[in-house]
Every structure is written in structure tokens, then in C-alpha cells.
Design a protein. Structure first.
Length: 280
């Protein structure tokens, strides 16, 4: 795995037409990022049955919303952000938009490169990507797998996906099941940690509102510190753990034989296996 982390991706020089198929939470977050990176709304086509008021308003700036298929033929890139269960119905609608040089980027969970290349045979290049929820605020991490893409298309996919945060590339599609388990589902584990801290604080005698605020701010602050610090998670943990102190007493429980480490490994294994089954 390796990262292509252009510090400030720029879409002002993007040529051609970009189609976003599905503008819900994740698709909408990408769209916001593209506009922030300088793409001209007149180059955008959005296909979304229930567009938000913000997306509808972009039509006044030249964005084409839900045009007929002929209006988006030979797109330079098509980003598919529909729910995976609707994919079989969506593919025939996407197919007319494609040309031999079109780059198809899919963020549909569980829909493989084989599915994409079989259902969209006219396209020349594919990227399957797995973003996560913090993409909604530009702080996500996305792992991408390429199929038949050249350097120019790879750079374009990098720029498009970077609108949601960091991008990592892998060559082995099978790794996306574990990626889904760790980063795709990972935000839910962090939210659960905040829930658990709140409940434990209440059990220790704190008023509910105070326990909730302490948990929320602690998880958010520690996450930001981890984001900014050059140290890894283990080093940061050790830096706040004094021998014989309160943190050490808690970590003795969390790092025990039935503690967080083995429990998280079981959880990730279960999510990875479920991802494999969903992908068929």
C-alpha cells in the first residue's frame, strides 16, 4: 500500500465532463470537495433523484442536474456513489455516458472491479474505492484499487478522491474487505468508545450531561492530537501513562487477556468476513 497525498489537489485544470451518479451523503461530500478544489460547475453532471437544495441551486451556476443520457455522453470521468443494492438498476443508466477513455470511479461497498467491468464494458478504466464517514468533513481516508488505468487517469482519480481526505492505493482488491472492516466501519467503533466512556462515567457518579461532554471532547481531542502528532498511537498512549497511576490502572484492564486488543481483533475479523460474503 502506498499513498499519493498531493498536498493541495487542484481540479481547475480538469478538462471534459465529470458525472456524479448518486449525490447522497458521500457523493454530496465529494461534490462539495470538487467545487472547493476549483472545478467549474458547468463541467458537472449530477444524477440524483432526491437532490438537496444546495445541489439544486448549483444548476444556476451551470451544473446539469438529471439530464437525459445524451447530455453526458463520453464523460471524462463518472463517479458512482449509489447504494450497492441499487447497482443493477443503475448500470444501464450509466452505460450510455461512457466512452473508451472514460474513467469510472466507484465507491459502492462490495461491488467488485469484475462487476464494474462486466456491467460497464464500454469504459476503459476503473477504480474501486472505499471512503469512510469523515469524508463528509474532508477528513476521511479512502483506499483505492485500479484496473487498466494510465498515469493521467490515476492522477485524476487521486484528485477526485482527495476531495474527501487522504487517499491510499493498493493493487490487491482482496484487501478491501479488511479496509472496510478497519476504516470503513471504524468510525462506528470510535463512536461506540464515546458511548462506553459516557456510560462508565455515569456509573462512576458523574451527571449524564457532564459524562457525555467529557467523553465527546476527550475522543475528539485525542483524535486530533493523533492526527497532528508525529508519534504513533502506542507512543502517545505511553506518554500519558505514569507507572502506578490512574491511567495504568485502567489500561491493566483494557490490555488484559479479555481486553480491548483481542476484542478488536475479533470485531475486525467478523467485519472482514461479512464484507467478503456481501461481495460474493
Amino acid at each position: 500500500m502506498h499513498a499519493m497525498t498531493a498536498s493541495s489537489p487542484d481540479l481547475r485544470n480538469f478538462a471534459g465532463r465529470l458525472v456524479l451518479f448518486g449525490a447522497g451523503k458521500m457523493g454530496g461530500a465529494l461534490l462539495e470537495g470538487w467545487l472547493r478544489l476549483g472545478i467549474d460547475p458547468a463541467q458537472l453532471v449530477v444524477v440524483e433523484p432526491k437532490p438537496s437544495p444546495q445541489i439544486s441551486a448549483l444548476a444556476d451556476r451551470g451544473l446539469r442536474l438529471n439530464p437525459d443520457g445524451r447530455a453526458a455522453t463520453d464523460a471524462a470521468a463518472v463517479v458512482i456513489a449509489v447504494k450497492p443494492q441499487t447497482a443493477p438498476e443503475a448500470m444501464p443508466l450509466i452505460a450510455p455516458m461512457l466512452g473508451a477513455s472514460t474513467l469510472v470511479v466507484s465507491i459502492m461497498a462490495g461491488r467488485t472491479l469484475r462487476f464494474l467491468s462486466t456491467t460497464l464494458p464500454r469504459a476503459g478504466a476503473f477504480v474501486r474505492a472505499m471512503p469512510n464517514l469523515p469524508a463528509a468533513i474532508g477528513r476521511g481516508i479512502t483506499v483505492a484499487v485500479p484496473l487498466r488505468i494510465n498515469d493521467v487517469q490515476r492522477a485524476l482519480a487521486q484528485s477526485l478522491l482527495s476531495a474527501a481526505g487522504t487517499v491510499e492505493w493498493v493493487e490487491d482488491e482482496a484487501l478491501l474487505d479488511a479496509v472496510t472492516a478497519v476504516s470503513g466501519s471504524g468510525p462506528a467503533y470510535v463512536f461506540l468508545l464515546a458511548e462506553a466512556l459516557t456510560e462508565a462515567g455515569v456509573a462512576a457518579g458523574l451527571p449524564q450531561p457532564l459524562a457525555e461532554k467529557l467523553a465527546r471532547e476527550t475522543v475528539a481531542g485525542a483524535g486530533e492530537l493523533l492526527h497532528r502528532s508525529p508519534l504513533d498511537a502506542a507512543a502517545l498512549r505511553e506518554s500519558v501513562t505514569s507507572p502506578g497511576g490512574t491511567t495504568a490502572a485502567a489500561l491493566e484492564v483494557l490490555l488484559g487477556a479479555n481486553g480491548l486488543m483481542p476484542l478488536m481483533k475479533k470485531a475486525i475479523a467478523a467485519a472482514t468476513e461479512r464484507s467478503r460474503k456481501l461481495a460474493g
